[in-house]
Design a protein around this ligand. Structure first.
Ligand code: SF4
Length: 62
């Protein structure tokens, strides 16, 4: 099963991914995105969040 992962060194904390896929991502206390549930949204929604990230900080891990 593939899981989304966030490169927190690259994330700028723009907030887009938790807006698009709130079941999967949230901004943590450091103001960067974290995965709260790798299956929190359907795959198309997670893919949309990945594609929308302005710094390409999210990727799939097999
Ligand atoms: S969309 Fe990208 S830069 Fe924005 S919060 Fe999510 S991982 Fe970070």
């Amino acid at each position: 099963m593939k899981k989304p992962v966030v490169d927190q060194d690259t994330c700028t904390g723009c907030g887009l991914c938790p807006d698009i896929a709130p079941g999967t991502f949230e901004l943590n206390d450091d103001g960067v995105a974290a995965v709260i549930n790798p299956q929190g949204d359907d795959e198309d929604t997670i893919q949309e969040a990945i594609d929308s990230c302005p710094v390409e900080a999210i990727s799939w891990e097999e």
